[in-house]
Design a protein around this ligand. Sequence first.
Ligand code: GLN
Length: 487
Amino acid sequence: MHQPFHFTSIAAYQEQLLNNETSCEAAVQYYCSQIAQWNHLNALVHTFEAEALERARVLDQERKAGKKPGRLHGVVFTIKDVICIAKHPVSAGSCMLKDFISMFDSTAVKKLLDEEAIIIGTNNCDEFAMGSSNENSIYGPVKNQLDEARVPGGSSGGSAVAVQADLCMVSLGSDTGGSVRQPADFCGITGMKPTYGRISRWGLIAYGSSFDQIGILSKHVEDIALVLSVIAGSDAYDSTVSNLPVPDYSHAQPSKKPGEMVIGYFKETLQHEGLDAEIKQQHIQFLSQLQKDGYSVKELTFDLLDYIVPTYYILTTAEASSNLSRYDGVRYGHQHQPLEKELTEFYAANRSSGFGKEVQRRIMLGTFVLSAGYFDAYFTKAQQVRRKLLDQTKLIFNEVDAIVMPVSPTTAFKIGEKNNNPVEMYLADIYTVFANLTGIPAISLPLFEHSNGLPFGLQILTKHFDELSLLRLSSEWMNAYRQRNEK
Ligand code: GLN
C-alpha cells in the first residue's frame, strides 16, 4: 500500500520512486487535489492536469520497465507565465498576449522536460514581470497563503505561492530586479537568481534584457541546486549566456571553514530609514552569531545605495520600452478593432487596450529617458552608475567571500496598500536590484520570523558565477541557523 503522498525533497522522492513506495502518478494526483483546494489563492493561470497525469503514468511505466530515470524524473513543476512552453498558452499576465500559444519551448523548459520533469501548470505574475506585489495581472492579484489579505510579493508571486501552498515541488520564475527573491521572502520559501548569463533566456518573454534572468523557487536549497545543474549552461539560441562549464551544484562539498571565510555587509543597508526595525535587529543579531561561530564579519561602505533604485528604473524602463514595441497588434498581440482608419491610431488603440496601467507607465518612462533631449541626463548617466557599481563590486569580492543583506525592507504588505503609490512600491526594491545591476547571483533564505507572524529572509550574494559557494553557504546556514531558531 502506498502512503499518502508527502513531499520532502527531490532526492527523497526519487528514492521512494525507486523503492516503489510512491509513484509519479500519486504525486501528480496529490498536486491536482492541492490545486483544487487552494484555487482561490489565484497562483495558477492554467493547469495541465490531464496531460501531467498522462506523463506521470508513462514515466512510472518506463521506470518500472528498467529505463534509467532522468535527473528530474517525476519532479512536478509550475512555470511562470513569461516562460514559453511549446503548444501551451503564455501571456505574461497581460491582455496583450491573452490566448497566445507558444510555438516552441524555452531552453530552460526543454532542459527540464529532457530530464523527465512534469509541468502541471503556469503561474500568475505581474504583467510583463513589472511589479513587486503580483497585483498588476489581468488574472487578478495572487494571495499569500499565510495571510490571504496580503500580497505574496512579485512579480513571480504565483510561483512563490505555488511552492508555499504545496501546489508543485519547484517553480521557475524570472528575476529582473528581485522578482524571485522578494516573493520567496514574503512567502517563507527559498528563491535564487543565478548570475546573469548562467541560464539561457531563450523563450523568456523579455522585460529588461540586460537584467532578466530565470530563477528557481523551492522549499529546499538542495532542490534548487539540482534544478540549476540541469537548466544552466550554454545555448546557441542566446548569445548572452555563458559558455562556462556547469558544475554539479547538487553535490556541493562543504564550503571553506568559518574561520577561513569573510562575510561582508554594507552598513548603509542596515541604516536605511525605510528598513523595518525588527528586520534590522534580526540581521544585526545574525551577523553577531556568524562572528561567534568563527566567521570574520566585515563592515563595508556602499555610498551608491541611494542611486541604485533610480538607476534600475531608468535602465529597465528604457529596455522595456524597446522590448515591448513589438506588441502592436500586427506583429504580435491584441487587436482592439480591425484596421479602418489611420495606422498610428490603430496601434495606439491596440496598445492602450492591450497593456495595463503599470506597463504603460513604464513604456512612457522608458521612452522619456531615451528621448533625444534627455538621453545623456538619464540613460547615459544611469549606465555610468551601473558601470561604477560593477567595478566596485568586483573590488569588494577581492575582500569578502559573500555579502549578506535583507531582501525587502518590510514583510508582506496588504493587498492594495501600495497600489496608488508607484514610487513607494519601487523603493521597496532597494535590496534586490543590486544583484541585477551587477549581474551577480543571489538567494533569499527563509531564516527569520517577524513578531507580526510573517516570515522574512536573509539575502546572500556571491561573485559572478560562484553559485557553488552561494548554494553551499545557503545549505549550511539553513541547517545550522534554522535548527537553532527551532530550539
Ligand atoms: N519589482 C521590480 C520591477 O517591477 C522587479 C521586477 C522583476 O524582477 N521582474 O521592475
